[in-house]
Design a protein around this ligand. Structure first.
Ligand SMILES: Cc1ncc(COP(=O)(O)O)c(C=O)c1O
Length: 379
C-alpha cells in the first residue's frame, strides 16, 4: 500500500489528512481518463471508460453509495467539503427567524457556509458549546448539551464527525437521538435537521454514513479516502430531500439528490476516477483501515501523554476520537512545534493546536520519530 504513494522519501508525513496524495491506482485512472478527454473532449460526460469498463456520474454515485451503505440516488457529488456545505446551507428551506446552530470547533468552511446563507435567508447563526474541554468530554455530556441548546426555531444543528480543531469524534448517533426527540412535535418545515461535516470520518471510521442517523452528511473524498483531489459528496436522507433546493445548475440527470450536484464542465478525469479510490479502500477493508488508524493514534496519544510539558486535547477514548490527535507543548507556539518537527523530517500541521494525523499508510516507526522529536523539544 505504501508503495502506491509518491510521498517525498525520508519524511514522516503525519499530516496526510490535509489533502490526499494520490495513490498509484488513482493516478493511473486520472491519466487514463485525461488522455481520453484530450483526444476527444466530446467524450465527456458519457463516453469515458476506466480499464474495467465505462465510468461517469452513475458509476461514481453507485460506488460512493456502496461505501456509505446507502443508495446512489441519495448522493450528490461536489468538488469539496466546502462546496457541499455551501450546497446544503444555501439550499435548505428556512423561514425568517430560524437559526443554524454550530460551535466554534466546527471548521471555518462550515461556519462560513452557515453564516453566509443565514444572511441571505433572514436566518441566524448561533454558536453553542458541546463541551468545556475536548479531552474530558463524554458522549452523554455532548448529547445533553446539544439537546439543551436546541430551541424551537433551530432549523439546523451542524456538527463535525471528527473535528479537525480538537480531534474529537462527535457521538453522531447520540446527537441524532436528541435531535429526533426535539422534532417529536414539529411539522416538516420546522423540523430541526442534523447535518454532519463528515470529511475526517469518511475513510477513517468504520461506520455506514447512511446509518449514522444524520439527515445530511457532507464530505470531501480527497482526504482520508485518498480520492482524486477536487472530489466530494453530499449524502441526503430520502425523507429530507424535499427540504433542500438546488443552488447551481446540475449536469447530472436523474432525480433524488442529483440536482443538488453543482454542474458545469468539471475536472472529469478526477471526478470519474473516484470509484478507483473507493475500490482501493474496499479492498483494504473499512474495518481494517479504521483499526489501523486507531492503533496508530492510540500510540500517538499514549506517547504524547508520557512527554513532560505536552498536553493532549483529543479524548483518549477511541470511540470519541479517530485519526487526528491535537496537543500543545508548554513554552512553544504550535508553529514552533511544527517547525521543530520538520528539522527531524516529520510533517505535522496546526489549526487551533498542533496535530498529528495517522493515516493507514503511516507506521509505528514514523510515530516514534515524531514522538522523539517532541521529546527533544521539551528536554
Ligand atoms: C473539518 C473540516 N471541514 C471542512 C474542511 C474543508 O474541506 P475541503 O477542502 O474538502 O473543502 C476541512 C479542511 O481541512 C476540515 O478540516
Amino acid at each position: 500500500m505504501r508503495a502506491q504513494f509518491r510521498l517525498q522519501s525520508g519524511w514522516a508525513n503525519l499530516a496526510l489528512f490535509y489533502l490526499a496524495s494520490h495513490p498509484k491506482v488513482v493516478r493511473d485512472a486520472v491519466n487514463h481518463l485525461s488522455a481520453q478527454v484530450d483526444a476527444n473532449p466530446l467524450s465527456v460526460p458519457t463516453g469515458l471508460a476506466l480499464p474495467d469498463g465505462p465510468t461517469g456520474w452513475p458509476r461514481v454515485r453507485q460506488a460512493l453509495a456502496a461505501y456509505l451503505g446507502g443508495r446512489a440516488e441519495d448522493v450528490a457529488v461536489t468538488a469539496s467539503t466546502s462546496i457541499g456545505l455551501g450546497v446544503f446551507y444555501n439550499g435548505v428551506v428556512t423561514r425568517p427567524g430560524q437559526e443554524f446552530l454550530l460551535t466554534e470547533h466546527d471548521h471555518i468552511a462550515h461556519r462560513t457556509a452557515a453564516r453566509l446563507a443565514a444572511v441571505k435567508h433572514g436566518s441566524t447563526l448561533r454558536l453553542g458549546s458541546w463541551f468545556a474541554d475536548p479531552a474530558t468530554a463524554t458522549a452523554d455530556g455532548i448529547a445533553a448539551a446539544v439537546g439543551e441548546a436546541i430551541r424551537p426555531n433551530t432549523r439546523v444543528v451542524g456538527i463535525t464527525w471528527v473535528q479537525s480543531s480538537t480531534g474529537l469524534r462527535m457521538p453522531v448517533r447520540a446527537v441524532a437521538e436528541v435531535v429526533r426527540r426535539a422534532n417529536e412535535d414539529r411539522s416538516p418545515a420546522d423540523r430541526c435537521l442534523l447535518v454532519v461535516d463528515g470529511v475526517h470520518g469518511l475513510g477513517a471510521v468504520d461506520e455506514d454514513v447512511a446509518g449514522l442517523g444524520a439527515d445530511v452528511v457532507i464530505a470531501g473524498t480527497h482526504k482520508w479516502l485518498f480520492g482524486p483531489r477536487g472530489t466530494g459528496l453530499v449524502w441526503v436522507a430520502p425523507d429530507v430531500l424535499d427540504q433542500l433546493r438546488p443552488t447551481f445548475v446540475s449536469f447530472i440527470s436523474g432525480g433524488g439528490a442529483a440536482p443538488l450536484s453543482p454542474g458545469g464542465f468539471l475536472a472529469f478525469e478526477h471526478a470519474f476516477a473516484l470509484p478507483v479510490a473507493v475500490a482501493l479502500h474496499e479492498q483494504l477493508g473499512r474495518a481494517r483501515v479504521a483499526a489501523r488508524i486507531t492503533q496508530l493514534s492510540t500510540q500517538v496519544k499514549q506517547g504524547l501523554s508520557r512527554i513532560p510539558g505536552v498536553t493532549v486535547h483529543t479524548p483518549a477514548d477511541a470511540k470519541l476520537s479517530a485519526g487526528i490527535t491535537c496537543f500543545s507543548v508548554a513554552g512553544h507556539t504550535h508553529q514552533q512545534v511544527v517547525d521543530h518537527a520538520a528539522t527531524r523530517r516529520v510533517r505535522l500541521s496546526t489549526s487551533t493546536y498542533t496535530r498529528i494525523g495517522t493515516a493507514v499508510i503511516n507506521t509505528p516507526a514514523e510515530i516514534d520519530t515524531a514522538l522523539n522529536s517532541l521529546a527533544d523539544l521539551t528536554r
